[in-house]
Design a protein around this ligand. Structure first.
Ligand code: FEO
Ligand code: CA
Ligand code: CA
Length: 730
């Protein structure tokens, strides 16, 4: 296990691995030998080529036998000020391992809102001695800034097109413990204690870490020179939500036995939002945060004998096996006498110690792992955990373009090795009148609907399987974990998806939907087990496994998959997929299936964002190519599903590869400082300011003036001439 005092903190680097199924496709591969010639034929798709302007699309067959191309239903491209640029009009940023960040010539990148920044007057700035209290983080920027969104603001309300003033809402995903405490990462050993208490943390350190997680809401106003933004200190909207903030449980799991605790015997509330990773926007203008690696902050003692088979199986399926002490946070370990509110530390201990679930926190683990909705314009409202969208290691949440009178559809990934891709289809039908409707609109669209999981077939087709109790084996007859209610299905969505034969993916990270094609893109960041362990065999959608320097590394560099819903209908139960891009060092020839060069090669794609013009921004969280270059941000102008060809990987697996990369369709725009991850991304509605986040930088990047401790922060990117980012008037 990565020690907590290492540079890369825990929550991020430890990929959880608790999928016991053989859901990958040994049998499917045999059963569905694809007739690839019938799937993809040669020729130039003139209709599509015209539609994409200068992009050299190939391979879009107009043959009636093709099961892929459907140019009869093209999406309507954005136009006018919203038009996608025809070219990537900047010079690629070179590889870099420098302590500083680098951005494309003609652009300016500034550090704002670093760790510890006070959001109110009356508290000290953060200092390099780190002695500021944990409580003070209820009013400071937290650590490891991640997903975020800029909400245009007019008066006191949401104004989607407003750029002069806005609320920047962002996640603080986890903590770099050793750089947060004045004591470093301090653990007190007690060999006589019960196993999960043999290493104990200080109360003050745990309190600081708990409050460094969560979400920040920060009001920004445009600077006097018209370029970029500054914080509105003391704004009534400035707010921190932390892993101590009370949150509401909504949807089918709320009130069920699975979430009743000593804190709330009704099972409708919990304390804390946690490990908030990627972000999303709702169509009505609220912020959707996620709960990803929540496993790592809990401890579980020896209690299997007190629990049912289902409880034991369900916990293990989410990584919480008996005796699990967490990932080094050990928030459950400070002495109870040091608590300043009820069960401040024991609430992180899921051990069944009491007579019933109402006497302890055995169920608290089940109150985390949800898409959580926050209304940034209502500073008093509680975060709403939307349980209908399932419980798993949520990376982010992207909605499909909404249409009046049709359901609202959200796509989501579960970021662990061999986990799944999901979508949620609302029962309620969309009405434009709900824009600005806040959490009431969330209640309408996110509390009732159907969750589905994806199956990627070898022949390029795909299917969605519903996670509905009583259907397809999701019932009381399921041996390991009987599904007696929809709450059972949603709390243990992973186990339900196992039963449905979902496809085990190479760590699904961010999802984004192209506003031009309506196609859905998902980063699959890497998977060291792919093709290495028997339960992670290569398949069409996860087709690479290779050695690097003589070591089996599985899919070391990751890829980006995409699909088109049948007839462009996001409620459809079927889709067509290909691999938009294989990440690889450009000189790793056998794995460089997308034809990357030194100006656009990358490894471990993670953050992903289609801006409203249809430019795709790709961010990396890499450990495989960092001797050559630090993590980065690239801009891309993708084509569409089936614009490439069939290839065979070095692992002998056939797959469907998108159009080859070139300087016109993908280019490196920014390289972060050494040691960092580049993540989180949002733009102002006028496209003149781009915000990204830097996690765990090395060296002294982001340090306080005169200090030496690096800090996570937001980077604000503007054009030196103040114009629209990537606009062609350069
Ligand atoms: Fe928090 Fe999977 O990234
Ligand atoms: Ca991520
Ligand atoms: Ca990652």
């Amino acid at each position: 296990m990565t020690p907590l005092n290492s540079k890369q903190s825990l929550a991020h680097d430890i990929g959880e691995d608790s999928n016991p199924t053989n859901n990958t496709e040994f049998q499917t591969i045999i059963n569905r030998r694809m007739n690839r010639r019938s799937v993809l034929k040669g020729g130039t798709g003139l209709t599509a080529a015209a539609f994409f302007g200068a992009l050299p699309l190939v391979g879009c067959s107009d043959d009636d036998n093709s099961s892929i191309t459907n140019d009869s239903n093209p999406a309507v491209p954005a136009s006018g000020d919203l038009a996608r640029p025809n070219a990537l009009n900047f010079t690629a940023v070179a590889h870099s391992t420098a302590p500083e960040m680098s951005v494309a010539a003609g652009y300016k990148a500034e550090i704002i809102l670093p760790l510890g920044t006070p959001l109110i007057s009356g508290i000290d700035d953060w200092k390099d001695n780190r002695e500021q209290s944990g409580e003070s983080f209820e009013h400071r920027m937290g650590d490891n800034h991640d997903g975020m969104w800029f909400f245009g603001k007019s008066g006191n309300g949401y104004a989607a097109k407003s750029s002069d003033n806005g609320l920047l809402v962002m996640n603080h995903e986890y903590v770099n413990s050793s750089e947060l405490s004045p004591f470093g990462y301090k653990v007190i050993e007690d060999k006589d204690a019960a196993p999960i208490f043999q290493q104990q943390r200080l109360a003050s350190d745990v309190r600081r870490e708990v409050n460094c997680h969560g979400v920040a809401v920060v009001e920004l106003k445009r600077r006097a020179d018209g370029k970029g933004y500054e914080m509105v200190k003391d704004s009534k909207f400035n707010r921190r939500l932390t892993s101590s903030s009370e949150a509401q449980l909504t949807g089918p799991v709320a009130g069920s036995d699975w979430v009743k605790t000593k804190y709330d015997p009704t099972g409708t509330k919990t304390r804390g939002i946690n490990n908030n990773c990627g972000a999303g926007l709702s169509p009505w203008g609220t912020y959707l945060t996620t709960e990803e690696n929540f496993l790592g902050v809990f401890g579980r003692g020896l209690d299997a004998a007190k629990l049912s088979t289902a409880e034991n199986y369900g916990r293990a399926r989410y990584g919480a096996t008996e005796g699990f002490a967490g990932w080094g946070y050990l928030w459950h370990t400070p002495p109870a006498k040091d608590a300043i509110f009820m069960d401040e530390f024991s609430r992180w201990d899921m051990t069944a110690v009491g007579a019933t679930a109402l006497d302890d926190y055995r169920n608290v683990f089940n109150t985390f792992g949800y898409i959580t909705e926050i209304d940034p314009f209502d500073p008093n409202a509680m975060p709403q955990k939307r349980t209908a969208l399932g419980r798993f290691a949520h990376e982010n949440c992207a909605y499909a373009p909404v249409e009046e009178g049709k359901p609202v559809v959200f796509y989501m990934g579960d970021d662990s090795r061999g986990e799944y891709i999901y979508k949620f289809v609302s029962k309620a039908l969309w009405s434009n009148s709900d824009i600005g409707g806040g959490l009431r609109a969330g209640d309408k669209y996110m509390n009732d609907g159907t969750l589905y999981v994806a199956v990627f077939n070898e022949d390029g087709s795909g299917e969605w399987k519903p996670l509905l109790q009583g259907q397809n084996g999701l019932d009381s007859t399921n041996a390991e974990l009987p599904f007696n209610s929809q709450a059972d299905v949603l709390v243990f969505a992973r186990a339900a998806a196992d039963v449905l034969g979902a496809t085990k993916m190479d760590r699904p990270e961010w999802v984004s939907v192209s506003p031009i094609t309506g196609e859905v893109y998902v980063t699959l960041t890497n998977n060291k087990y792919r093709g290495v362990r028997d339960d992670h065999p290569v398949d069409g959608a996860n087709p690479r496994s290779y050695e690097v320097n003589g070591k089996k590394r599985g899919n070391d560099n990751g890829h980006i998959i995409r699909w088109r819903q049948t007839n462009g209908d996001h409620t459809a139960m079927t889709f067509e997929w290909d691999i938009y891009l294989f990440a690889a060092p450009s000189d790793l020839t056998a794995e460089n299936l997308s034809g990357l060069s030194a100006s656009n090669d990358l490894s471990s794609p993670d953050g992903l964002y289609f801006d409203p013009r249809g430019v795709l921004w790709i961010e990396t969280d890499d450990g495989a190519y960092t001797d050559t270059t630090s993590c980065m941000l690239l801009a891309a102008l993708p084509g569409k599903v089936s614009d490439g060809e069939i290839k065979t990987t070095s692992a002998g697996q056939q797959t469907r590869v998108g159009m080859q990369a070139n300087d016109n369709n993908i280019k490196r725009f920014f390289v972060g400082p050494e040691g960092c991850e580049v993540t989180g991304i949002t733009m102002t509605p006028d496209f003149k300011t781009l915000f990204i986040n830097i996690q765990h930088p090395g060296n002294t990047w982001g340090a306080v003036a005169g200090g030496s401790t690096p800090r996570s922060a937001t980077v604000m990117i503007t054009r030196e001439d103040g114009d629209v980012i990537l606009a062609e008037s350069f």
